[in-house]
Design a protein around this ligand. Sequence first.
Ligand SMILES: Nc1ncnc2c1ncn2[C@@H]1O[C@H](COP(=O)(O)OP(=O)(O)OP(=O)(O)O)[C@@H](O)[C@H]1O
Ligand SMILES: [Mg+2]
Length: 262
Amino acid sequence: MTTTAVSAGLKLGVVGKGGVGKTTVAGLLARSYSDLGRRVVAIDTDSNPNLGLSLGLSLSDTEAVPVLPRAALVGSGGGPSADALVSDYGRPTPAGPTLLSAIRVSEAAAGCTCSGHATVRSLLAEALADVDVTLVDMEAGLEHLSRSGGTLAYADVLLVVCEPTRKSILTAIRTAALAEELGIPHVLAVGNKSRSQQDAEFFASALSAEGIELSGVLPYDHRVAEADRAGSVDLTPVSNQVQAALQDILAAVENTAGAPRE
Ligand SMILES: Nc1ncnc2c1ncn2[C@@H]1O[C@H](COP(=O)(O)OP(=O)(O)OP(=O)(O)O)[C@@H](O)[C@H]1O
Ligand SMILES: [Mg+2]
């Protein structure tokens, strides 16, 4: 992958129904941008974080990534700068991106995670020096869009990952509606775990009926599933089909993020 241009200071949120492949897709995209020579910050907002595994870290190294302070409202009233948070809490990964862990629930009954989401929201509101792409792997569901202010309110593009099921498309439709209310400029769908031409056609027709652009379709890849079972994502080159889908997604993001607000 050598030719795709990348918008400066791009902020992407990866969202969707539980288990559709958000973390897998976020890891592959973050790695693709790094392979293009871009400086990437990948933020894990799952309360049960595992994006580190998708970026080639071991489980113990993933668990050792320090969690961002809760309610560290970047840039406001003496709060830390976004760059200071990245340099203090970010950790390098074998895939290239710098990983931030925003939310981890390690104690029972420790309260809600809203303040961790507030940190991410304020981090996205600031421009990070020397960072080309900030990519957020979001927890499942829609709460991050309804939570006060919306965790991803400052994202340029939401990538809503779908699998070939009606329920995941329904989540995409609800996501697009909430994103519009929040003023997030663009929503693109990513089809994942496609096993057949029918699956690819299902993504295209179900999403276009709702006016949601399909940016690319990743095949169901047994190596992805096997790497997951082995506890880490294999960092050897991905299949040609996966590579082609990633290139499609990067090109669609580039076209979209460069376009005027819809
Ligand atoms: N393209 C693919 N081919 C095969 N397996 C896949 C693919 N994408 C994801 N998976 C598998 O699907 C499962 C869920 O993937 P992942 O953890 O990325 O989903 P998620 O949306 O982040 O889940 P959660 O909602 O729990 O955060 C994992 O076992 C993963 O290996
Ligand atoms: Mg996940």
